[in-house]
Design a binder for this molecule. Structure first.
Ligand code: ADE
Length: 249
């Protein structure tokens, strides 16, 4: 999958070229094409922003460098996303939808905003990563690119994908423990050392259910309505947790 990323601050995108997304890029599963919008300014001082018509605080990103940067990646052939606190909230459903695209274009705003003619002409979809204001769209673009990347087939090492595709889908992750068995007097739950895979699985499932019911009752309610197929034992565990929370299965 190819990400075109249009920004005034290309140097901010180093994290995408490291760790899991970096390895996936080396393998050719992902490509991050970072474009400096300022490079397209025809102004002799490479100006990319100016004062807003009508007055007011801050600067507005200009249409000319934005249009030419978008043309340079043939953004008209892709979904174009403008990261903005005004947009549709990013969630798993949107990330999954975007992961099915072969190529997307992310436009990072800065200053007080982007000339509305850019948003309208390029049919930009505005996407927000949460109800808070960042200093620019770069971090939001990285969050979006990261979560979409991990949904591209082959990017995740098998184990981490368990939460996306199994009975755990839609639940919060159960607690994990590793070596040593005892650390500064702190032990680990006995069941994990038992070697009984069925018991371990049911314990983890129960932990996931309880954490979700306690911390995210909204997700839990969804899960109870929409969970996939369960074994008899898994169903018993679910009914027990539901019984504690008084939510009908
Ligand atoms: N730009 C500034 N704040 C933002 C947010 N919350 N989400 C996406 N882009 C942004």
């Amino acid at each position: 999958m190819r990400f075109n990323i249009l920004t005034l601050f290309p140097e901010m995108f180093t994290p995408l070229f490291t760790s899991m997304t970096g390895r996936a890029a080396e393998k050719g599963l992902l490509s991050f094409h970072v474009v400096n919008i300022r490079d397209f300014s025809t102004d002799k001082h490479s100006k990319a922003d100016d004062y807003p018509f009508g007055g007011g605080q801050g600067m507005v990103m200009l249409p000319q460098p934005a249009f030419d940067a978008l043309r340079s990646v043939e953004a008209e052939k892709t979904r174009v996303i403008y990261l903005s606190p005004r947009g549709r909230k990013l969630d798993r459903a949107l990330a999954e939808e975007l992961a099915r695209e072969e190529e997307i274009t992310l436009f990072c705003g800065h200053y007080e905003g982007l000339d509305q003619r850019v948003i309208d002409t390029w049919h930009m979809e505005e996407v927000s990563i949460g109800d808070y204001i960042l200093t620019g769209g770069e971090l939001a673009a990285m969050v979006l690119a990261d979560t979409v990347s991990r949904m591209v087939p082959g990017v995740l090492a098998g184990e981490a994908s368990a939460f996306d595709e199994s009975i755990y889908s839609g639940l919060l992750e159960y607690p994990q423990y590793s070596q040593p068995r005892e650390f500064e007097g702190l032990g680990v739950p006995e069941v994990l050392l038992s070697g009984n895979h069925k018991m371990i699985h049911l314990w983890r499932y129960e932990q996931s259910l309880m954490l979700t019911a306690e911390r995210r009752p909204d997700l839990f309610e969804q899960y109870v309505k929409n969970h996939g197929e369960l074994s008899k034992d898994e169903r018993k565990v679910l009914e027990k947790v539901v019984g504690c929370c008084k939510i009908p299965v």
